[in-house]
Write a protein that binds this ligand. Sequence first.
Ligand SMILES: Cc1cc2nc3c(=O)[nH]c(=O)nc-3n(C[C@H](O)[C@H](O)[C@H](O)COP(=O)(O)OP(=O)(O)OC[C@H]3O[C@@H](n4cnc5c(N)ncnc54)[C@H](O)[C@@H]3O)c2cc1C
Length: 452
Amino acid sequence: MKRRDVLGALLAVAASSTLPLSAVAQQAAPRRLPWRNWSGSQHCLPEARLAPASVDELRSLVRSAHTVRPVGAGHSFSALVPTDGTIVSLSRLSGIVAHDTDSLQATVWAGTRLGDIGAPLEQAGQALLNMPDIDEQTLAGCLSTATHGTGAGIGCMSTFVRGLQLVDGRGNVIDCDADNHPDVYNAARVSLGALGIITQVRLQNTAPYRLRRETRWRSFDEIMETAEASADRHRNFEFYYIPFSGMGFTDSHDLTDEPLGSTEKIDQNEGAEDLKTIRDLLERVPKLRQLLLGSYLRILDDEVSVESSWKNYASERNVRFNEMEYHLPREHGLTALREIRQVLEKDFPEVFFPIEFRYVKGDDIWLSPFHGRDTCSIAVHRYFDEDYAPYFAAIEPIFRKYHGRPHWGKLNTLDRQALRALYPDWDRFAAVRRELDPQGRFLNTYLRSLFG
Ligand SMILES: Cc1cc2nc3c(=O)[nH]c(=O)nc-3n(C[C@H](O)[C@H](O)[C@H](O)COP(=O)(O)OP(=O)(O)OC[C@H]3O[C@@H](n4cnc5c(N)ncnc54)[C@H](O)[C@@H]3O)c2cc1C
């Protein structure tokens, strides 16, 4: 793709994600606004794109629409959002509704972006227990796909929920928690936007805390030997392997009261561009590629930064990609990673994006991929305008062999039968779904194939 084409594509994505939705839908009635996800791999031409300003507006919208798909920040790679019906954003229902000092709980509008939660929550004397790699996503979007950070002792973000409110497919408002509508509560905390439109979420938080983040460059073998112990030792621990280098880096976060500050940091977006350039030049000479990359990465300095927790989890991801991530029982994670590295370096010299490896604690939420087991999450990526299918098709069987469950927001090829076999509570979720959305208003083509 030419530089100007890339710019054009990025501008189109930016335009489609920043326009005031309801205003546009009302003023320019028949003109349809296309929708695309972050990577550009999912797109559609919906009948309308709306952003209600109140729960009442949302209720009447749901009652009058044929198909409604809620959207957050459009950062999912799977086909959860596309519809030719109505796309609804809660971008106007954002911010903190209330907080309780004793319980350290806060009720937050579901359309709030993660990056907009940290500062007001800190002012209220609270902080999120953990965060993912980026903070662009909305709270509801994160919960709907079981978005996670890393930390062997910390669950995915849905486990922070203590209660939530949603508008179901009949336009009814339901408030649920462990005692009120417990089945809805168990289903809704990870629900793919298939159960109802979540409007508010009550989160269990913690007191504000400071994190020391340490990034260290090490050989693949050393990382593999020490990963399990590091995962148990650090509050948060993850690592990346750089293909065709024999090298990777570990990222750990621990509580600290050290003064705020940071060593010089590598720009990870520039790093990704450099890996692409090296791939372009040396794709056909793997030995030279390994020599050059390995020698370069070995001399990089470790990085340390001390920051308020909410400023020290997320990075900016400006180099777009498509992604497949599976969650495997923890005991299989490292074995699976070795096999993935072998397949990648034998058959896919065109791949340059790192493999990401994280730890997540098990939970009891019906459709959580972490249900009933502590987990290692392994993610593979391909540059956004390159064909991801052959690489992902070669890696997915390894994930499957080790009983992996796919990230709901990332690419995978599992159908209803395969997914149902992975989730003991699948039928209970489906029953609650039918009850709350008897007319199937929330089902697009993909979700109909799973629950229709
Ligand atoms: C660069 C990048 C980095 C990422 N990093 C991580 C990471 O570190 N960890 C991780 O686990 N994932 C990660 N993801 C995946 C991402 O967190 C999930 O796909 C998440 O669901 C995206 O949130 P969103 O707000 O963009 O929601 P969308 O992608 O817009 O929607 C996701 C789902 O939420 C539903 N939804 C949205 N709003 C509502 C609502 N109000 N009520 C009900 N349903 C709703 C949608 O219908 C859809 O089913 C990353 C993705 C990208 C592109």
